[in-house]
Design a protein around this ligand. Sequence first.
Ligand SMILES: *[C@@H]1O[C@H](CO)[C@@H](O)[C@H](O)[C@H]1NC(C)=O
Ligand SMILES: *[C@@H]1O[C@H](CO)[C@@H](O)[C@H](O)[C@H]1NC(C)=O
Ligand SMILES: *[C@@H]1O[C@H](CO)[C@@H](O)[C@H](O)[C@H]1NC(C)=O
Ligand SMILES: *[C@@H]1O[C@H](CO)[C@@H](O)[C@H](O)[C@H]1NC(C)=O
Ligand SMILES: *[C@@H]1O[C@H](CO)[C@@H](O)[C@H](O)[C@H]1NC(C)=O
Ligand SMILES: *[C@@H]1O[C@H](CO)[C@@H](O)[C@H](O)[C@H]1NC(C)=O
Ligand SMILES: *[C@@H]1O[C@H](CO)[C@@H](O)[C@H](O)[C@H]1NC(C)=O
Length: 443
Amino acid sequence: MLFFIQIASAIALVLPQVAAASPKCGLVPPSNSVASLESSSGSGVSSTGSGELTDVLANGWYPGWLANDNPPSNISWSKYTTLTFAFATTTPDVNTVALDSISQQALPEFVSQAAANNVSAILSIGGWSGSMYYSNAMATAQNRSAFVQTVVNLVNNYSLDGIEFDWEYPGKQGIGCNTVSSTDSANFLSFLQELRQNPTGAKISLAAAVSITPFVGSGGQPMTDVSAFAKVLDYISVMNYDIWGSWSPTVGPNAPLNDTCAPVQDGSAVSAVKAWIAAGFPADQISLGVAAYGHSFDVSNANALSSSKSLRLYPPFNAADQPHGDSQDAQAGTDECGNPTPVGGIFNFWGLVDGGFLNTNGTAANGIDYTFDNCSQTPFVYNPTSDVMVSYDDATSFAAKGRFINDMGLKGFSIWHILGDYNNILLDSISNAMGIESVCLSS
Ligand SMILES: *[C@@H]1O[C@H](CO)[C@@H](O)[C@H](O)[C@H]1NC(C)=O
Ligand SMILES: *[C@@H]1O[C@H](CO)[C@@H](O)[C@H](O)[C@H]1NC(C)=O
Ligand SMILES: *[C@@H]1O[C@H](CO)[C@@H](O)[C@H](O)[C@H]1NC(C)=O
Ligand SMILES: *[C@@H]1O[C@H](CO)[C@@H](O)[C@H](O)[C@H]1NC(C)=O
Ligand SMILES: *[C@@H]1O[C@H](CO)[C@@H](O)[C@H](O)[C@H]1NC(C)=O
Ligand SMILES: *[C@@H]1O[C@H](CO)[C@@H](O)[C@H](O)[C@H]1NC(C)=O
Ligand SMILES: *[C@@H]1O[C@H](CO)[C@@H](O)[C@H](O)[C@H]1NC(C)=O
């Protein structure tokens, strides 16, 4: 039975009055039953709500390496159902994964604060630069058993609620020096099935961060049937970002919602969700990965602005001059493979405020050109003095993605990364668009 209390921040204050009933409190989408009790709630937006606290996934990645300046105590815990600590990385030894020293120190505090806030604490293994040895860990029956034990030890040691496998990518190269095998996806599935046989593995949450096309099969093409993965994973987070960037022929959207209406089809939330569902992955086990950051490009005034002085979409840019991003942007250097890398050119959403592109309320600042691409449903800003154009996400684009999540009956969202936001402008926008609210359920 449902016992509706109050929305959002009032929960903590209201709870003592119902403590005797020992309610379970958390975030839900407006299910029919909740909506009928709550007059102001948006109607008809959720297709999944049954009043269970686990119905909706409000998830984000916490970048553990930034924990010194942004400790777990600074997380807006009440706005999430799940948080994913990034990253533990694969090592040449199948018996161990690695955590940098800052992460190692922060992880226990992250887990205990998550528990205190009824938020699931997930540890992500891998990432762009941490997936080098995944293929080896999955390669043989012996290694898979060993890696199952490695994961179980990790879960037990840190009291984790789950593990996310952020293997970038099974069966195809990522950063450039990962071991890759044509049997990666098949081995990954065998590994997950074995992990589920383990008493610890059976009871934790298992997730995967995935690209916008399904796992590739032995021929290197996306598999046409990934339904077996859905039986062992609780959900996947589709990393629908970095679709356009410095490697692209022109400026384009970092995180397009749609691309069927675009001049070039390079992928989007629409195409990604369609592809995963077509391959047999249920919509309600798909979380949409959303970006609290943007990519910068050097674009001349002549290319950026039309004769009427409005911003052009897909303008050419000067690839030889990658603008610096915000103060957390990666410097030029050498990557984990030993290859030279340029500056990242990444602006977190707060970095766009910091850099004078946006006002503190998230709108374009004075003297900054702005446009909203109606196909990708994402914004672009341009500083005509510095020639820097940024493709990013704002409250409007996050709201559009939230409506899409509900329309498609997806599980929820996963924000890369939660420290990129500014005053929770993006998080609040997507949550509000989805009608997510805090409720307490009587037991
Ligand atoms: C977490 O849930 C427990 C019981 O379900 C409840 O007593 C407690 O107040 C909740 N804490 C928060 C921060 O919601
Ligand atoms: C918490 O984060 C905000 C920005 O969201 C920052 O201004 C503040 O300094 C942080 N506090 C701590 C204790 O790190
Ligand atoms: C199995 O794991 C070990 C490391 O523990 C690694 O040296 C070996 O190459 C792996 N086997 C395969 C076939 O990748
Ligand atoms: C277990 O956790 C502690 C910190 O709580 C850490 O020092 C240790 O390395 C961890 N061991 C394993 C096997 O993860
Ligand atoms: C994507 O674009 C196509 C073609 O314009 C349109 O029919 C469809 O409704 C759009 N989908 C979303 C979610 O915007
Ligand atoms: C956002 O802030 C700017 C600058 O302070 C202000 O001009 C604008 O009206 C604000 N917009 C909204 C929607 O609050
Ligand atoms: C997007 O649509 C809005 C509303 O229909 C319109 O005002 C705006 O000019 C369009 N943007 C572009 C870049 O075409």
